[in-house]
Design a protein around this ligand. Sequence first.
Ligand SMILES: NC(=O)c1ccc[n+]([C@@H]2O[C@H](COP(=O)([O-])OP(=O)(O)OC[C@H]3O[C@@H](n4cnc5c(N)ncnc54)[C@H](OP(=O)(O)O)[C@@H]3O)[C@@H](O)[C@H]2O)c1
Length: 321
Amino acid sequence: MRAVQILGDISSPKIVTTNSIPEPRPQGSEILIRVHAAGITGDEVLWPEPYNCPTRIPGHDVSGVIVAFGSEYDGPLTVGQEVVAFISAGKGGQGQADYVICHANEVAAKSTSISHEEAAALPIPFLTAWEAIFDHGKGITEPGMRILVTGASGAVGRLAVQVASLHGAYVIALASARHHGTLKKLGAQEVIDYNTPGWESRVKDVALVFDTVGGDILTKSWETINENDGTIVTVGDPSPPWAFERCQAAEAAKWPNVKYIYFIVSPNTERLSKAAEMIDAGAITPLEVKSFPFREAEKAWSYARQRGRGHKVVIDFVTET
Ligand SMILES: NC(=O)c1ccc[n+]([C@@H]2O[C@H](COP(=O)([O-])OP(=O)(O)OC[C@H]3O[C@@H](n4cnc5c(N)ncnc54)[C@H](OP(=O)(O)O)[C@@H]3O)[C@@H](O)[C@H]2O)c1
């Protein structure tokens, strides 16, 4: 089958395509999906998993059709059904290929109102935003709770802005000025340009920072937090030095009551189903996507790694087969 691969190593990754990977066969309760479209998270080249995986196939987000089950599958899904999947981070992707094996806890029925390309853009961004806000953050504990979303114009950021504002939060979106109009339409009450020097001193008393950028932006976001009981949740890559409880954040000396966590998103079928329901009900606006056919996968990856795109990049595995 055809697939994308990340060769090289984390310091010099090289994206290539191949058509000589054996088609996988589902075992036990596994599900085999014919991939129609697969999303790209450009920073996946910074994650260790693809380099540890023998096939070197990246891609955690897919939309497609079920073609077979392992003999022990006894769940509700059926052959021929259109589905989306988030393939667990630890498996090193595998989604950017004609076929992918998934576990039942990674797969849910696809939204009926959007294309495979749009559906393939959503699993990681939705699941990450939801987990950040409701599991690692405190949820929206009162109407008007102040949330700062950094990288708000990105895929995860746009979903976080929408999910938080739908649940009654007062959302402050940090993004370059050209995205401010869109972010207001998605529910942000306040928009701030990270190019404005000293932006962090304009934002006060934030209950939850959801940072999707890391680095300098994460460091500055400590200035905005409610110092008595604020929480900083980050997924920005590369991960901060204190991720995985390796050490204390340097900022904790000044803000000892602020909680902070870096996490890796988990698969969750119920949440994927919820995302599809919210999309079909019009409660959530899908991400804008730019789709590339498989033969342009290398171009798709280099585009996906550029700053300032404003939309998610997906690879189309069906056109031109
Ligand atoms: N740990 C996890 O489980 C997990 C899950 C999902 C994603 N992630 C990570 O989360 C990050 C965001 O993912 P994504 O898919 O939303 O990426 P994305 O669509 O590329 O969005 C990235 C956003 O960050 C902004 N940004 C990048 N560098 C910046 C800087 N130096 N200063 C200010 N803003 C900056 C971009 O703004 P511009 O448009 O201005 O460039 C863009 O809005 C990535 O690093 C990804 O690897 C981690």
